[in-house]
Write a new protein. Structure first.
Length: 472
């Protein structure tokens, strides 16, 4: 079984979010169970491509009457990662834009990626399934159904479209139709048209043979008006081919027994190293007041945006500061939430500390050194940090939505339903109460650390989905 994945980012080459972690890990897990996988990505400037070799010159990509001269580079052999080289489109500072906003030609940049996927499938790697990820590759199924629909090269080739976050849809003006070489007849409510615009996300949903998303709960949620972003009716109409598969994590990277970023290692059998990690984290953040080691320490690593519940954290900031706890936060995002957290840390310097930005090593140390981890998301397709927290014996406090609801249960964490500061504060107080019972808390930590959300499990679900597509 041969599968070509098409995506806009993958670790360690280029990353802005969780999609990159999936594309960096899932292919190898599939390869390990016998699925022959290759991955197509743009060749961005600044991407970590040491050792890449050029394997195809002048791969032809046509969008209507416009020709884009591209080349293909490859890294890896067991799982080949192909990089589409087109400097005029991808040789830029950011993946999708700059601090001033998205690149105005993103519709062309990712239409070229989608169209190039079909040429890769024709000339370099002939798959049985093209697996597209998020809006950036959403046009590939549309091109396969229309532009090359009568080509025997693609006879029997199936498409799977995975929605990682429905909130980002790739919306462009109607005029984009001409730029991306799409048949204008597809611009209608049953095609790619979405409230007068072209939607790359909708193209993927309409024209793929099957759909998936990154947790079972999110698969249900996106079929409702609250979480469907205007596409819930379409998704309900395709519910028979929509699956939810929870993302896995790479335990070779996220493992407290071997993590190179930690000052001490530990396991479920010996938690002494976790106490050392907490002590070191408190020192790193300057929270070394008397009794700090004994107080519960809450960790946050997040994008400071409302989707991630930053507004709820802002709402309960003063209440948190009055509790007998310490809090460390790492993140960046909306300026108003950054300022609010910084102001809170300034007002309560002995209990709260904040770092604005992202630091991978510090993220690992927060996971290891904290007693609890806060994820009060408005919606969360899957989420990874709560899964990292489980393996590190750091008890998650989460909103019961999407993948958070799927991965956290009453034995391993604390959940709240209503999206409100009061509900979040109630869940935190429940956790604080339980923390005062050391034996029960240790048992909870050990149950959390025993959970298995490795890619081995998720990869088998994807393999079954591919087989079903192919009539197996």
């Amino acid at each position: 079984m041969k599968v070509l994945m098409v995506a806009s980012e993958a670790t360690p080459f280029a990353k802005t979010g969780g999609l990159a972690d999936v594309i960096g890990s899932l292919p190898a897990a599939l390869q390990a169970i016998g699925v022959d996988v290759a991955v197509l990505l743009p060749r961005y400037s600044g991407a970590a491509l040491e050792g890449a070799r050029r394997i195809y010159d002048h791969l032809p990509v046509w969008l209507g009457g416009t020709h884009y001269d591209t080349n293909v580079y490859q890294i890896g052999d067991s799982v080949p990662y192909y990089f589409l080289d087109c400097p005029e489109l991808y040789d830029r500072d950011g993946l999708y834009g700059t601090s001033r906003g998205d690149y105005p030609d993103n519709h062309i940049r990712f239409a070229v990626l989608s169209r190039a996927a079909l040429e890769v499938a024709r000339r370099i790697f002939r798959p049985q399934v093209i697996h597209c990820h998020d809006w950036q590759s959403g046009m590939a199924p549309a091109y396969l159904s229309t532009a090359v629909g009568g080509d025997p090269t693609f006879l029997g080739m199936k498409t799977l479209f995975t929605i990682h976050n429905l909130g980002y849809q790739g919306l462009f003006p109607k005029s984009a139709i001409a730029d991306i070489g799409l048949d204008p007849a597809l611009f209608h409510p049953g095609g790619v048209e979405f409230f007068g615009k072209v939607s790359f996300m909708k193209a993927g949903i309409v024209y793929s043979d099957a759909l998936s998303t990154v947790s079972k709960a999110y698969a249900r949620e996106i079929q409702t008006p609250e979480y469907g972003f205007g596409l819930d009716g379409l998704l309900r109409s395709r519910s028979s081919v929509l699956s939810g598969i929870v993302n896995g994590v790479d335990y070779s990277t996220w493992n407290p027994e071997t993590d190179p970023y930690l000052p001490a290692h530990y396991s479920a059998a010996d938690l002494s190293g976790k106490r050392q990690c907490k002590q070191a984290l408190l020192r790193e953040f300057g929270l070394t007041t008397e009794g700090a080691q004994a107080r519960p320490l809450i960790g946050i690593v997040t994008r400071l945006v409302s989707q991630k519940g930053a507004d709820l954290i802002a709402e309960i900031g003063e209440d948190l500061a009055k509790e007998d706890l310490s809090l460390v936060a790492l993140g960046s995002g909306d300026a108003k939430y950054e300022k609010l957290l910084l102001d809170l840390a300034q007002a309560y310097p002995l209990k709260i500390a904040v770092r604005i930005g992202y630091d991978d090593g510090l993220a690992h140390r927060i996971e290891a050194g904290s007693d609890m981890f806060l994820m009060p998301s408005r919606y969360e397709p899957c989420g990874l940090n709560q899964i990292y927290s489980l393996r590190y014996g750091t008890i998650p406090v989460v909103r019961a939505t999407g993948g958070l609801d799927d991965t956290i249960d009453e034995d391993t964490g604390f959940k709240f339903q209503e999206y409100s500061g009061a509900a979040l504060m109630s869940a935190i107080r429940d956790a604080l109460t339980e923390f005062k019972k050391p034996e029960k808390w240790s048992a909870r930590m050990q149950m959390a650390m025993a959970k298995d959300f490795s890619w081995n499990v998720s990869a088998r679900e994807y393999a079954r989905l591919y087989l079903n597509l192919l009539g197996g």
